[in-house]
Design a protein around this ligand. Sequence first.
Ligand code: ANZ
Ligand code: ZN
Length: 802
Amino acid sequence: MQSYNFSEIEKKWQDIWDETKVFAAEDFSDKEKFYCLIEFPYPSANGLHVGHPRSYTALDLVARKRRLEGYNVLYPMGWDAFGLPTENFAIKNKIHPAIVTKNNIANFKRQLKSLGYSFDWDREINTTDPEYYKWTQWIFIQLFKKGLAYKSKMKVNWCPEDKTVLANEEVIDGACERCGAQVIHKDKEQWMLKITAYADRLVDDLDDLDFIERVKTQQKNWIGRSHGAQIKFNTNIDEFIEVYTTRPDTIFGATYLVLSPEHELLKLNEDKIKNLDEVKAYQEFAASKSDFERTEMNKEKTGVKIEGISAINPANNKEVPIFISDYVLSTYGTGAIMAVPAHDTRDYEFAKKFDLDIVEVVSGGDISESAYTDTDSGILVNSDFLNGKDVKDAIEFMFEWLESEHIGERKTNFKLRDWVFSRQRYWGEPIPIVDCENCGLVALPESELPLTLPEVEVYEPTDTGESPLANITDWVETTCPDCGGKAKRETDTMPQWAGSSWYYLRYVDPHNNEALASKDKIDYWMPIDWYNGGMEHTTLHLLYSRFWYKFLFDLGVVDTSEPYMKRTSHGMILGENGEKMSKSRGNVVNPDEIIENYGADTLRVYEVFIGDFEKAAPWNTNGIKGCLRFLERVWSLQEILVDGEEYRTDTETLMHQSIKKVGEDIEKLKGNTAVAQLMTLINKFFDLGQVNKAELATFLILLNPFAPHIAEEIWENVGFSGRITDQTWPEFEESKTIENEIEIAVQVNGKVRDKLVIARDLDKDEVMARAKELEGVQSYLEGKTIVKEIYVPQRLVNIVVK
Ligand code: ANZ
Ligand code: ZN
């Protein structure tokens, strides 16, 4: 027999799959539809990373299994190709970003094809294709028309390295998510998307989705819905200060107020502030810091007392001082708080430092040590009409009280901010809006879409904060579509997250010229049944795309309110040294080399065998070799093949067990234990010295999702009819997964003395009789009286003697 020539086999089957389009999804079919999706890659110049195939392989297993189960499966692939790395590469190498993108895509596609994924390549999409981004622009215009896209001058995150603004979601611990540079603040006019209008629905609708818990929790925390009260404090200068609190129950312990340094009241009443110089100096100091630095938990508290202005606590009419401090943010709640040092940690630290009153109003802690923040067990004290209530009741009582006294009301707040949607870079979708001297901001008519990116000489970003498009005067200067007057085009572009916010809809109808996708096809394919992607996208792409989809639902473009029914997430593949793979660490593994030396099937098997899907896993070259050895053994099954239409008694139980285990494990993304089961099965065949045709056929179908090329090749070689892609997924019988003969322990007075092999359903009398005959047992029974006989079915016998 020929040896296992994976290169030849893999090329052969990839060509056959391509030519016969076996993985093409049918629009409309009698079969049930199944839409599975992986996050489409950013085609970088580095090519495919061995991390990418982890996600793609996991859902390729599901897709291939579903097809054999009779589903009409859509498993598409495309390119999320706008964005900074391409633009930066283009600038450095003086090649147009469009050409860089084209080359990168060709390379990625070659690599993905060489892995044998069952993608429907006829539905390939590319976010930088004007026929695609025409619809990204169309959605933007709809958002604009509904008032959900607006321009506003605001403090934004600016990355000095990439020379562009960043969304809040792109700032991680105060640094640029992409390049790691420390983010600074700039006041700039920006396009914003009103994602906050969807905040409630984005939280509430999570309940009905089959998302892994970590994803739900992260989205909820990011949106940060909190229920509290807004309370008015009167002051000595005839103005109210409104505070936001989630603990109105603690109002009797509010011994001072803190305003954010940017608070309006200060600007409007500078004449009444006696220590204005000191206040101004502090305001400057705070302005230089990021919100992240300002709210860091265990940093030294700073602040300044406002001399000349004080407030009255409306619960007990006591006068309380007012401070400014950077730990109160201007962008949350009302930008002012009532400080309750006895029950809030930051207030406690501040009060200690400035020697302010700390009044206990919830009993149960020791406030000489630290703030008592527990809300589950304390009882209200020192609080007049609230005394004796527990925290929950006291909060409810206060809501009513505040409303009846007209000094406050219930208020829900969100951490989520509107989405900063413009970027000052070249390689993105142009924003299809003009600024008219007469009419203001006007959207282009749909007939003028796509508004394509103009050719430019230089696409380097500028330090002025304007995009390179601003320099092309004859593009910028245009006429207003409404009045025909003079107008200027918007020169900022959209962020990389734009195209990926709706791409899954384009797959259902990728060549449509009339609409982003036809209603019929959307109704047929959506929602997506299973979506796998990285945890790092949870509060970016995953949240943004849920928002856009809900907006399209409100417009009537789609007929369900959520795009993804199920969301799972994979762990990263790390370098052999356990660190993140990166060029600078020199630990990058190139999938091309692995495929050349070991084959695509081996790489696929290794990608699932590497460890628990949700956890990070280090690459290991010995592991790869082990997977190749496994496939070589699979190949040599052909040498021990014998005839046989049914499983043999020797293999029957293991066959049924394997069908069950492999099937269930694929569903749970436990490819690693599924492969282990296949290894057990193949060992059995070699132990027996034979595999029969019935057994081999089942084995190959089970192996196929993992190693499809070798499975198809052996199937054909041994003369089975048709192809694996035409077969049905094997079924198992539960009763046959159970071993018929079992081994049980036999104890005398609780100590194991021997073992007994019996038929599983043997009755107690027979089991006891045979147990007593065992040699290892008899010596312990001699001369004794049996006082009790215990049989725990299918587990053990215990004979108690005296
Ligand atoms: C009094 C109080 C007493 C508070 C107590 C807490 C515990 P979340 O859940 O995040 O909404 N806060 C309100 N606005 C703030 C701002 N702009 N910057 C910094 N902190 C602010 O938290 C709401 C709580 O965070 C509010 O409730 C307020 O402190 C503080 F025992 O008010 B609390
Ligand atoms: Zn006009």
